[in-house]
Design a protein around this ligand. Structure first.
Ligand SMILES: *[C@@H]1O[C@H](CO)[C@@H](O)[C@H](O)[C@H]1NC(C)=O
Ligand SMILES: *[C@@H]1O[C@H](CO)[C@@H](O)[C@H](O)[C@H]1NC(C)=O
Length: 171
């Protein structure tokens, strides 16, 4: 299945990607943080994915592993920051609380907070990536629209959990 090979790509990139031009020290923190978020997103799974095949959807994520690696360092950090903020806000909604195991969910949220803090400590406040920012916002508008349309069902959340896990795997 296509999903399985995507998983392998995401896992391989987390473990070995040269991660473009990120600095060495920052790179290890970045990888460690991403790996924690990645693993928590995987553990969060509650509904067997094969029950949710009909709910799959193409959210038209504008990037892939290659285009992310090709971003300039500042743009990439900015992108990473925006993605984490959006993922955090997605999983902070009360609908999310109804869908997931509370212990794992709170670990995920705190892990996202830590990642954001590390990024902010490393990069300070001068992040600006208006073009990327618009695309990220539009992408998450599609996500929220889909969730509403699916009435926040377990399967809709499961589809998004997989989608977010894949992104964290290549970020
Ligand atoms: C990534 O996206 C770019 C631009 O859309 C495309 O040209 C390229 O083939 C894609 N690469 C992969 C591995 O999908
Ligand atoms: C949406 O979910 C709520 C709570 O589970 C339920 O009461 C309601 O009937 C659902 N609405 C639709 C349109 O499925």
């Amino acid at each position: 299945m296509a999903r399985i090979s995507l998983w392998l790509v995401a896992g391989a990139m987390l473990c070995s990607s040269p991660a473009g031009s990120l600095e060495e020290d920052g790179l290890w923190i970045h990888r460690g943080d991403n790996l924690r978020v990645f693993n928590l997103l995987r553990q969060l799974q509650r509904t067997p994915p094969h029950l949710c095949l009909d709910d799959r959807n193409d959210f038209k994520f504008p990037w892939n592993g290659t285009t992310i690696t090709q971003m300039q360092k500042t743009e990439r950090t900015c992108f990473h920051h925006l993605m984490l903020l959006q993922i955090l806000s997605l999983f902070t909604t009360h609908h999310s609380l109804a869908a997931w195991d509370h212990t794992l969910l709170s670990q995920l949220l705190s892990s996202l907070h830590h990642s954001l803090e590390h990024l902010e400590q490393r990069e300070g406040e001068n992040r600006a990536c208006p073009n990327v920012g618009i695309l990220v916002r539009k992408y998450f508008q599609r996500i929220h629209h889909y969730l509403r349309g699916k009435n926040y069902s377990f399967c809709a959340w499961e589809v998004l959990r997989v989608e977010m896990t894949l992104h964290v795997g290549i970020m």
